[in-house]
Structures are given as structure tokens and as C-alpha cells.
Design a protein around this ligand. Structure first.
Ligand code: ATP
Ligand code: MG
Length: 327
């Protein structure tokens, strides 16, 4: 083949393809293009391939066009959000960390691994949206807050009780974690409460880079939090730190702060376990109302979003420090 023929073919390519073209070879009537697909979603990759094939269809001497997509493999890290006890605000914290990270420009996604009691579709305002699948891989659902997400709630029929047994639950989790996350670099995983099968699968199969432990300030919740901390320690997953949620009730009428669950307990527990304390989130009516309405507080500039933004910053800094340690 002459370079003239190759140049003539290149000239036919639309700009979107041409700017990403790494090589174009011509042999036996077949054009083989290598295209840089870094950062493209599956849908955009498909579009590029179709555009390239359309452009070269019918070109003299070309019976077939093949397009190979090359992408730098994204180094994706998982941050698990867990607690020993239920109802302490894991899902709220996970959703808001994710939204805040997205606002900070991080490429972040979220997996709702609480397959028995999924709540992220509600929290992130994606209820009723079903993910599509391509080549046996799920395509995450785009939330209105600038991040893709997947929850078991989006796969089950609405209102259908899910009675997964251990191995099935593990496989369901794998479908979510191994979905087509595109260029997502940080995957926040909202774990179910406790230290059961799903948590073990998560540790063994998907090895989070780090874990955030959520606890309320009272003693019983703290004891459960210690169990979660031990679980991560056994799985050699570093604990990024402990968050104290529902600390200090802010009266919506007078603004006075009271402590229904006590205060400072999680900070003290973190200290005694030698773990970083990541911050305190007050018990606030607006947090529950906005969360229930699918408007994560971290998406707004209101006062109730501030503690979550600070928390996300601590997580981002931790991830960056890990980068520093590796390179
Ligand atoms: N700081 C807060 N102020 C007010 N309400 C909160 C706060 N954190 C969480 N909540 C509310 O408490 C409830 C439980 O929170 P969430 O679902 O996040 O807990 P969870 O630990 O994920 O629970 P589960 O163990 O069932 O998964 C929700 O109604 C949520 O809106
Ligand atoms: Mg939850």
C-alpha cells in the first residue's frame, strides 16, 4: 500500500476519529484503524467506531474496515463505606461523599452494595431508572449530580422483596462493581450494615483501597463500629477514618444544639483505635428531608452540605497521599 492511499483514507475520517487515530493500516482490502479511546464511555466508543466505518465504506479498494480501541486502563480504586450497626447514616454519608467528590472534579461513581435494603436510588434521585446492559456488562445510571451509580434496587422489580442467598448475593454485587464504569477513578461502595457475606465478598474479591467507618456517638454503635474496623483490619483494608454522624441535634427553630446520642464518642473511639477522625455531621432535619427527596445536601452550598464537603476533602486527600506513596 502506498502512503498516498493511506493519506487519502485518513482524509475521509471525521475529525472526532482523526484526532484520536493512532494508526491506519491497509492490507488485502481491509483497513485497520487503531483509535485512542481514553476517557470515552462505551456509547462514545461505539459512535466513533460507527463514524469510522461509515467514512471508509465504499472507499476504493476497501472491502472491510476494522476499528481497534485502545484505552489506558483506568486505575480504579474502591472506597468502602461501612458500619457495624444499621441506620447510622452510611448510605447518607456514602452518597454525599460521592456527590462532593464529583463537585470537586473527581471521576467518581457509586455502588449500592446493600442488596437487601438498597437506598441509593432514592438518595441520588434515580428511582425507577433501569440500567442498560451491553455484552453482559451493566451500564451505570447517570444521576443528576454528575456521577454514575448502580444499585440493586434498579435491577429488581419495584417493590419486589429480594431474597438473595450468599453466593447469589456475591454475584449480584460483582455485576455492580464490574459494570462498565468508563473513566471512573474512585468507586464509592455503600455497604450493608454489619459484617456478613457481602462485606467479606467485597474485601476478598474487590479489595477496597480504603474504608470509611460511620458511627453514631453512643456506646452501642461504637462497639459495632469497632467490629467493622476489625473486619477491615483482617482483610488488610486500611481504614481512612471514622465519621461521627448524628452528633449534635440542631433545633430547626432556635438553632440550639443538643446531643440526643451524646457527642465525641466516635472521635474518642477513633483515637483509642489509632485511627484518623474525619469529622462530625450533625443530626439535622434538613439533612433527612433533602436526602429523602433525592437532593443530597452536598450538592448545594447550604450549611447542611458543609460537613459532607469537608469529609469528601479528607477522603480525596487520603487518596492523593496514597498516590504519593506509590509513585
Ligand atoms: N445527619 C443526619 N441528620 C438527619 N438525618 C439523618 C442524618 N444521617 C442520616 N439520617 C437519616 O437517618 C436515616 C438512616 O440513614 P441511612 O439510610 O443513611 O443509614 P444507613 O446506615 O445506611 O442504614 P442501613 O443500615 O439501613 O443501610 C435516613 O432516614 C437518613 O435520612
Ligand atoms: Mg444504608
Amino acid at each position: 500500500m502506498s502512503s498516498k492511499e493511506v493519506d487519502a483514507l485518513k482524509a475521509k475520517l471525521p475529525e472526532a476519529v482523526a484526532t484520536r487515530l493512532q494508526s491506519l493500516r491497509l492490507a488485502d482490502g481491509r483497513a485497520t484503524l487503531v483509535v485512542d479511546a481514553t476517557g470515552l464511555s462505551a456509547l462514545d466508543r461505539d459512535k466513533l467506531e460507527v463514524a469510522a466505518k461509515d467514512a471508509l465504506r465504499g472507499a476504493p479498494g476497501i472491502a472491510e474496515t476494522r476499528v481497534a480501541m485502545m484505552a489506558d486502563k483506568v486505575r480504579r480504586r474502591i472506597v468502602a463505606v461501612g458500619s457495624g450497626k444499621g441506620g447510622v447514616g452510611k448510605s447518607t454519608v456514602a452518597a454525599n461523599i460521592a456527590v462532593a467528590l464529583a463537585r470537586m472534579g473527581r471521576k467518581v461513581g457509586l455502588v449500592d452494595a446493600d442488596i437487601y435494603g438498597p437506598s441509593q436510588a432514592r438518595l441520588l434521585g434515580t428511582e425507577g431508572i433501569r440500567p442498560t446492559a451491553r455484552e453482559n456488562k451493566l451500564n451505570p445510571v447517570a444521576s443528576p449530580w454528575g456521577l454514575p451509580m448502580l444499585s440493586m434496587a434498579q435491577l429488581a422489580d419495584p417493590g419486589q422483596a429480594i431474597a438473595w442467598r450468599g453466593p447469589m448475593a456475591g454475584n449480584a454485587l460483582a455485576q455492580l462493581v464490574e459494570a462498565d464504569w468508563g473513566d471512573v477513578e474512585v468507586l464509592i461502595v455503600d455497604l450493608p450494615p454489619g459484617t456478613g457475606d457481602i462485606q467479606l465478598t467485597m474485601l476478598q474479591r474487590f479489595k477496597p483501597a480504603g474504608a470509611v467507618i460511620v458511627s453514631t456517638p453512643q456506646d452501642l454503635a461504637l462497639m459495632d463500629a469497632m467490629r467493622a474496623i476489625e473486619l477491615f483490619a483482617k482483610g488488610k483494608v486500611p481504614v481512612i477514618g471514622v465519621v461521627e454522624n448524628m452528633a449534635g441535634y440542631v433545633c430547626p427553630h432556635c438553632g440550639e444544639i443538643s446531643d440526643p446520642f451524646g457527642s465525641g464518642g466516635a472521635q474518642a473511639a477513633a483515637k483509642s483505635a489509632g485511627l484518623p477522625f474525619l469529622g462530625r455531621i450533625p443530626l439535622e432535619l434538613a439533612i433527612r428531608q433533602d436526602s429523602d427527596a433525592g437532593r443530597p445536601p452536598a450538592a448545594s452550598d447550604g450549611a447542611e452540605g458543609k460537613p459532607f464537603l469537608a469529609l469528601a476533602e479528607a477522603v480525596a486527600n487520603w487518596l492523593d497521599r496514597q498516590d504519593g506513596a506509590i509513585t
